[in-house]
Design a protein around this ligand. Structure first.
Ligand SMILES: C[S@@+](CC[C@H](N)C(=O)[O-])C[C@H]1O[C@@H](n2cnc3c(N)ncnc32)[C@H](O)[C@@H]1O
Ligand SMILES: *[C@@H]1O[C@H](CO)[C@@H](O)[C@H](O)[C@H]1NC(C)=O
Length: 254
């Protein structure tokens, strides 16, 4: 009898909880909660990466900044592309010698510093970061690495906003290299917006990170279905090189 007295209310509670956990409201709550968790985790990650690099690197030395990032990553989870993919990126920057580079997703500035140290003297990097705190931290690290405001600009906005106002930053110069490392779900629409805006140079290289994640699938399908417009190059741990042949025609030689 006592078993029944306890188990009936218990069963009721379990049933109500089960029903609630299936309701759209509770799904929404869970999403909001995990979103807040992720967001605060990201802020912590950005702040602690920044603090570690800022206080442990030799200011003014890009190589020391990169090594300090790499040292941090040996003991902490880290969102930057890291040394292995970084070396692959280096090879492409050195080979292309791009004058205009766009990076989507600055984070703490690791890939920005890698790119900037290999640019030709008149080369410029535009790097885009959605989160204002992260953008500030990233910009500070790029300055700590010894780069000047004539060499780079951090745009604090979404990739879509940056692309729509890009011409005011690049003038008539097309982009020679684009690194997409922000949100794979946005890669295709951002690539299409860059093409629509005629913002890519005649033989632009687009590097996409996390190319093998499901979010990037529609970009890959788009690219591989159009072999006249794109050639897929090498790929290392999901960092993939795509050459676009659809950019502006080469400038007339005088
Ligand atoms: C993986 S991290 C970039 C790492 C960086 N490229 C590196 O290797 O050092 C991705 C960054 O993209 C930013 N982000 C996400 N969505 C974005 C969007 N739509 N526009 C611009 N930045 C975005 C995030 O805030 C995050 O800082
Ligand atoms: C600098 O590096 C040391 C040794 O790796 C570490 O213990 C310290 O926390 C770092 N500084 C910051 C501010 O993270």
């Amino acid at each position: 009898m006592s078993l029944l007295v306890f188990s009936v209310p218990l069963l009721l509670v379990v049933a109500v909880m089960k029903a609630l956990s299936r309701s759209p409201l509770s799904a929404l709550c869970r999403q909001v909660y995990s979103g807040i968790l992720k967001l605060s985790h990201r802020k912590v990650c950005v702040s602690s990466t920044h603090a570690f690099v800022f206080s442990n690197c030799t200011h003014g030395q890009a190589q020391s900044v990169l090594l300090t990032f790499d040292l941090y990553s040996t003991t902490h989870a880290s969102s930057n592309i890291g040394p292995q993919k970084g070396t692959f990126l280096d090879e492409i920057v050195a080979r292309e010698a791009p004058l205009r580079v766009l990076e989507l997703g600055t984070h703490c500035g690791y890939a920005s510093v890698r790119i900037l140290r290999l640019l030709p003297p008149s080369g410029k990097l535009l790097t885009v970061e959605l989160d204002p705190l992260t953008a500030d931290r990233g910009e500070e690290i790029i300055l700590v690495a010894g780069f000047k405001n004539q060499q780079f600009q951090v745009l604090t906005c979404s990739s879509a906003e940056a692309i729509s106002s890009l011409r005011s930053h690049t003038g008539n110069d097309g982009l020679d290299l684009v690194l997409m490392d922000h949100d794979p779900e946005l890669y295709l629409q951002d690539l299409l917006a860059l093409q629509r805006g005629n913002l890519l140079s005649s033989s632009c290289v687009v590097l996409i990170n996390r190319a093998l994640t499901p979010g990037a699938r529609d970009l890959l399908e788009h690219v591989t279905a159009r072999p006249q417009s794109f050639s897929v190059g090498r790929q290392l741990h999901g960092l993939m090189e795509i050459r676009c042949h659809t950019g502006m025609s080469p400038k007339p030689q005088n």
